[in-house]
Ligand binder design. Structure first.
Ligand code: HEM
Length: 500
């Protein structure tokens, strides 16, 4: 209780809190809260004090040394927040999003081999096939879904076929999970307790008794996603058992590849069926909206920067059609373009969350003056402090990227390195924090780039993109930014067929 009244973190500069009850959360999660994000990026130090529920203090961090400590050096201290672990466990089951420590490492060990370069090579033809069936008037989100459906679980959502434009129930339910769960966010702090109820059937009984239509809606969504994922895993297992699928020879999609690495894992780390189901749902969830957002952004930026578009098209037309994996990823301007896009417009929520599980000392690369006027070289972080890993703020920092940090300049990249960079960051991708770094970094980051590059290489050959509707607004309506016009999802740009 005392922490809600005063805290050692009060000496860290940050914006004044407007409400003791909700702190900065309403501004932080405002779908149009870009001005607030900009204020955090530009007007305080590289660590900013924020207020959460009931006066709780948290730290919004983009100082390079502090990020290195949180994500790499002391990653065992800064783990996923217990309330999000519980939420993810209730929504998906036991898996990579709902575990920490050794359990979490176990899931990564089974999942990571599926994303090796050798396996990605085999997925490229599927990427081209889907991109070629793309109806340009349709929303690019469906492309992402179909790509992860085919290469992720060997399943076609058929979202590209004429007459199948209506949403797939699995995909729709997955997409609705978090927006609905966040409407119940007052319950979040109670989730670790709810999970302690030992019998799932008793938990279900209790949930049925609560007179909340929103909670019941969430229960039904979880039933849909869990039911379909369970069925997919069961079918795949049956195919392997009956010999229809030889997982050693034929495994090409991520689900089969995960089953393959699971089959050869030692007993203690082998995943159970419910863990496989959860891993599958979590992978699809992690892969769909993020890449849909980045591809929408890609076409918006192509339309806004005609010179970059021409340069990219020239490079693509110069190369043979349907490049194999290694040649596609090596196209230099396409690589620079994708890097710059993912740097300046990270398709993620404004921050990734951690909590300090012990008292800790956070080092600072740039010392800060506290509100008491005293210079700080380090920050004392009490156990229980919420940490916001400020991805976009790190990617936009002039101290890290130079004075032109806020400009879209693919030319700043050569051979995967940005010339203007003055500070080495701990992110796994080209000095950006887009996929974070350390033991919880994105395992699909190469898959995501490959998807963007394959789609760009197919579409830029055939079409010209221009005249973006000036009313297009990027909003944080879900977990990631997405384009809309007057509140309706959409990316109206002019698409012309090229006669090549
Ligand atoms: C541009 C697209 C993407 C972006 C920006 C992105 C970003 C991220 C970030 C920031 C995290 C770290 C979460 C945290 O620290 O709490 C993460 C984790 C993860 N991502 Fe991605 N991601 C993308 C695409 C994908 C794809 C395509 C897949 C799979 C096919 C994927 C699978 C995962 C998984 C499984 C994790 C959890 C890793 C762990 O907890 O150890 N992501 N992603």
């Amino acid at each position: 209780l005392l922490r809600c009244v005063s805290s050692v973190l009060d000496k860290i500069p940050g914006p004044p809190s407007k409400s003791w009850l909700t702190g900065h959360l309403t501004q932080f999660y405002d779908p149009d809260g870009w001005a607030f994000q900009k204020d955090l990026e530009e007007n305080y130090g590289q660590v900013v004090r924020l207020h959460g529920l009931f006066g709780d203090r948290g730290l919004y961090v983009f100082d390079p040394a502090a990020l290195h400590s949180i994500l790499i050096k002391d990653q065992n201290i800064y783990e996923e927040m217990p309330k999000f672990q519980s939420l993810n466990k209730l929504l998906f089951g036991p898996g990579i999003f709902s575990s920490i420590g050794d359990d979490h490492r176990k899931y990564r060990k089974i999942m990571i081999p599926a994303f090796s370069t050798a396996n990605l090579r085999g997925m490229v033809p599927q990427f081209y096939d889907v991109a070629e069936r793309l109806d340009l008037n349709a929303i690019l989100c469906r492309t992402s879904l179909e790509l992860i459906g085919r290469t992720g679980i060997g399943y076609s959502f058929d979202s590209m076929l004429p007459g199948k434009e209506q949403a797939n129930p699995y995909a729709e339910a997955l997409r609705a999970l978090f927006p609905v769960a966040f409407k119940l966010s007052v319950l979040l702090p109670l989730l670790p307790l709810i999970l302690k109820i030992p019998f799932p059937s008793f938990r279900r009984f209790m949930i049925n008794l609560v007179p909340s239509p929103m909670l019941h809606h969430l229960r039904d969504l979880v039933d849909i996603t869990d039911g379909i994922a369970t069925q997919l895993v069961a079918e795949r297992k049956a195919a392997i058992k009956s010999g229809v699928l030889d997982v050693k020879e034929d495994a090409k999609d991520i689900m089969s590849l995960m089953m393959k690495s699971n089959a050869s894992a030692e007993g203690s780390i082998r995943l159970t069926d419910s863990e496989l189901v959860a891993s599958l749902a979590m992978t699809i969830f992690a892969a769909t909206d993020t890449t849909a957002s980045s591809m929408n952004r890609m076409f918006h930026i192509l339309a806004l920067y005609p010179e970059a578009q021409e340069k990219l098209r020239a490079e693509i037309l110069d190369a043979p059609e349907h490049l194999h994996h290694d040649a596609l990823v090596a196209l230099p301007y396409l690589d620079s373009f994708v890097r710059e896009l993912l740097r300046l417009f990270p398709p993620t929520s404004p921050a990734m969350y951690r909590e300090a599980y012990e008292d800790a000392i956070l080092p600072l690369r740039t010392p800060m003056i506290g509100v008491d006027g005293i210079l700080m070289n380090t920050i004392t972080v009490p156990k229980g402090t919420s940490i916001y890993i400020a991805i976009a703020a790190a990617n936009h920092s002039k101290q890290i990227w130079g004075d032109d940090a806020l400009e879209f300049k693919p030319e700043r990249w050569t051979n995967g390195k940005a010339e203007s960079v003055t500070t080495k960051m701990c992110g796994i991708y080209g000095n950006t924090m887009t996929f974070v770094g350390g033991g919880r970094s994105c395992i699909g980051f190469k898959f995501a780039q490959l998807e963007m590059k394959a789609v760009a290489s197919v579409l830029l050959r055939a079409f010209k993109f221009s005249t973006p509707d000036p009313r297009i607004q990027w909003r944080m309506t879900g977990a990631v930014p997405s384009p809309s016009v007057h509140g309706q999802p959409g990316l109206p740009i002019l698409v012309e067929h090229l006669k090549v």
